[in-house]
Design a protein. Structure first.
Length: 365
C-alpha cells in the first residue's frame, strides 16, 4: 500500500514504514498529480492541506486522516460521496490550546496588575478545548460564563446537563457584556444551524467592555479582523491572537495591536502533536487490521509529566513553568519581526516557516 504523510506529523511516517510505501510531503505543496502518479491510497494531513475534489478526483485514495482537531480544511461531503474513509484527531491538542489561554490570562494580569480572581471569563464553545479552559479557570478562581448553542440544544434532546456546576450558561450577548476575558473555541462552520463564520463582528465586539482581554485561538474567520481593528482605538483590548484570516497572508496591522501573537501554533505543543499521531495510528489499525509500530510514539508520550492541580494555588509558579516550557513571549517577539518583511509573498513564506520549524515545546498542565 502507498501512504502519504505530512512531514509535520511526528513519528507517523516512521511508525508506518513497516506496513507500506511511505511518502512525506509539504502540506501546502501537495497536488493531485503527486497522489495519482504514486497510486496513493492512504493520506494523512494537517490543516495546511485542503482535501477536496480538486485534490482527490481520479486518485486511488480510500482513507484520509487529519492529525488536527479542526476539520474546516476537509470537504467531508465530498469524501462521503466517494466513500472515502475519514478520521480526525479531535481533542488531541486541546490541552496545548488551554495552556496557551491560561498563560495569556496570567500574563495579562501580571503586566496590568489585575487580580484575575476578581475577573469573569467568557468561553465561547464548550468542546474539548472549552472544557479544559473552564477547568483551569475554575482552579484559578475565575468566574466562568459559557455559550455553546449546539451543545445546549443537544442536551435538551438527551435530557442531560453537560455543564459542570462551576460554570454558568448564558446567551452570547450576555457573555460578551459580562466578561472581562473573552476566549472562543468554536469550530469554523458556515452552513450549520449555528454558523460561526464571522461570528464576532462589530455588533458583537462592541458589547465587550474596554480594556478586556480578548483571546482568539479557534479559526481566523470566526472573528472579523477589520471590525476588531476599527474598534481597537476605542476599546483598547489586550489582544492575544493565534489564528488569522487568510493565512498565511495575514493582516500585519492587527499583529501590531497584539499583546501576544503567534502563527497558528497554540495547539502546536509537542505532546499535542504526539496525541494526534497516536490517533492516526489507531484509526489506521482499525481500518486495515494491520498493526503499525507504536514503540516510538508510546516512548515519547510517556515523557509527559504534567503538574498536579495543587499547583494552581501558586499561579506565579504556573506562569513561570508555562513561560519556560512554551516560550510564548519569545514566539511573539519572533513573530513580530514580520514587520521587517515588505514583500507580501515573503511574509507569507515567513509565517509558514515559523509553523514548519516550530520548536519542540512540552506541555506543563
Amino acid at each position: 500500500m502507498v501512504i502519504f504523510v505530512d512531514e509535520q506529523i511526528p513519528f507517523l511516517a516512521e511508525s508506518l514504514a513497516s506496513v507500506g510505501e511511505v511518502h512525506t510531503f509539504n502540506g501546502r505543496s501537495l497536488t493531485r498529480k503527486h497522489l495519482s502518479e504514486s497510486n496513493c491510497e492512504f493520506l494523512f494531513v494537517r490543516s495546511t492541506t485542503k482535501v477536496n475534489q480538486n485534490l482527490l478526483d481520479g486518485t486511488k485514495v480510500i482513507f484520509v486522516g487529519t492529525a488536527t482537531s479542526g476539520i474546516d480544511h476537509i470537504d467531508t461531503d465530498y469524501l462521503k460521496s466517494k466513500n472515502i474513509h475519514f478520521v480526525e484527531a479531535k481533542g488531541s491538542n486541546a490541552n496545548s490550546v488551554a495552556e496557551y489561554v491560561v498563560f495569556s490570562i496570567l500574563h495579562w494580569s501580571k503586566i496590568n496588575q489585575i487580580d484575575f480572581k476578581s475577573q469573569t471569563i467568557g468561553i465561547i464553545g464548550f468542546g474539548n478545548i472549552g472544557k479544559l479552559v473552564a477547568k483551569y479557570s475554575s482552579l484559578l478562581g475565575l468566574k466562568i460564563l459559557i455559550n455553546d448553542p449546539p451543545l445546549l440544544e443537544e442536551s435538551y434532546k438527551k435530557n442531560i446537563n453537560p455543564f459542570p456546576n462551576y460554570v454558568k450558561y448564558c446567551e452570547l450577548d450576555d457573555l460578551l457584556r459580562n466578561s472581562t476575558i473573552v476566549t472562543n473555541h468554536t469550530p469554523l462552520t458556515m452552513t450549520d444551524k449555528y454558523p460561526t463564520y464571522r461570528l464576532l463582528d462589530e455588533e458583537k465586539l462592541q458589547l465587550i467592555e474596554p480594556y478586556s482581554l480578548f483571546i482568539h485561538t479557534s479559526r481566523g474567520s470566526v472573528v472579523v479582523e477589520k471590525d476588531l481593528l476599527d474598534l481597537q482605538p476605542e476599546k483598547k483590548f489586550s489582544l492575544v491572537i493565534d489564528v488569522w484570516e487568510n493565512e498565511p497572508n495575514i493582516n500585519t496591522e492587527l499583529v501590531k495591536e497584539c499583546m501576544i501573537c503567534t502563527p497558528h501554533v497554540a495547539g502546536y505543543s509537542y505532546d499535542g502533536k504526539l496525541r494526534g499521531t497516536l490517533k492516526m495510528l489507531s484509526e489506521f489499525e482499525k481500518f486495515t487490521n494491520i498493526k503499525p509500530n507504536y514503540s516510538l510514539i508510546e516512548k515519547e508520550i510517556s515523557k509527559y509529566q504534567p503538574l498536579s492541580s495543587e499547583y494552581f494555588n501558586n499561579p506565579d509558579y504556573i506562569y513561570e513553568k508555562l513561560q519556560q516550557n512554551r516560550c510564548l513571549l519569545e514566539d511573539t517577539e519572533q513573530f513580530k519581526t514580520i514587520f521587517s518583511i515588505s514583500n507580501p509573498t515573503e511574509r507569507a513564506k515567513f509565517f509558514d516557516s515559523l509553523r514548519k520549524n516550530y520548536p519542540k515545546r512540552r506541555e506543563t498542565l
